[in-house]
Design a protein around this ligand. Structure first.
Ligand SMILES: Cc1cc2nc3c(=O)[nH]c(=O)nc-3n(C[C@H](O)[C@H](O)[C@H](O)COP(=O)(O)O)c2cc1C
Length: 227
């Protein structure tokens, strides 16, 4: 009897996961182009914090490059696949979200980036930039920029291996690397961004619907105004 019950629970559980997956809206991003844009040196040299954006939308290709730079998969042709950012112990504890109110061909909403297949999954539809700007202590450029890339961390993943030192130190180093990648890719694409650390954690968590992850960085990206 118990065996039968367990089998039924197993099937119900599997069915509900499959049903959840079926309803999800997944956008395949264009292949990242590794051989376009500025050299690393040129991008480093022109990178500045940009806090003034035009209302011009981004195109999906730009979103693809930015998200790939944040934490996408890499393969140098010889060793195992890795990610665009170095990570203590190769644990890669970061997740990346996209809040958009201005990307051509996709719905406004909150998306989660999946590096394994270079896709974004729609979590919530709608323009959440205003709420995000409020969570960001009223920094109004967050509301104006067409997208905001949000880097979050799963503290347990690194903490379980490296303890408290790993949690407070390594994870923040990882996030710094990923954020700088976004800054450099923005510069290379002729876009602008600023790394924002001043926000109310709980508010950002509520907007994204996070439970275990902690938001570390907001990176609003767009066309610098006047360009
Ligand atoms: C950890 C961190 C947090 C930051 N938080 C904010 C922020 O909340 N708002 C903002 O406008 N700039 C923020 N900045 C951007 C800095 O103000 C900026 O990098 C600095 O003034 C140097 O200017 P530059 O980026 O143009 O070289 C932050 C930068 C870092 C590294």
């Amino acid at each position: 009897m118990i065996k039968k019950l367990l089998v039924i629970i197993f099937f119900l559980h599997t069915f509900s996961i499959a049903a959840e997956g079926k309803d999800k809206e997944i956008v395949q991003l264009p292949e990242p182009q590794y051989d376009k844009g500025l050299t690393v040196g040129e991008a480093l040299n022109i990178r500045r914090s940009v806090r003034s954006f035009s209302s011009k939308k981004l195109v999906l290709r730009e979103v693809s490059e930015l998200l790939w730079a944040s934490s996408g998969k890499t393969f140098d042709g010889t060793t195992a696949a890795s990610r665009t950012y170095p990570s203590a112990g190769g644990l890669h504890p970061l997740n990346v979200y996209l809040v958009t109110g201005g990307v051509e061909d996709i719905k406004d909403g909150i998306y989660k980036y999946e590096s394994k297949d270079h896709t974004i999954t729609l979590l919530k539809e709608g323009d959440y930039r205003k709420s995000l700007a409020q969570a960001g202590l009223g920094q109004s450029f967050i509301r104006i920029a067409p997208v905001c890339i949000i880097i979050t961390a799963l503290y347990n993943r690194t903490g379980m291996v490296y303890g408290e030192r790993g949690t407070v130190r390594y994870i923040h180093m990882d996030a710094g690397h990923a954020a700088q990648n976004v800054c450099l890719m923005s510069a290379s694409l002729g876009l602008g961004t600023v790394a924002v650390g001043a926000f109310i954690d709980e508010k950002v968590k509520n907007i994204l619907g996070l439970e275990k992850e902690v938001p570390l960085y907001l990176l609003p990206v767009g066309h610098p105004s006047g360009k």
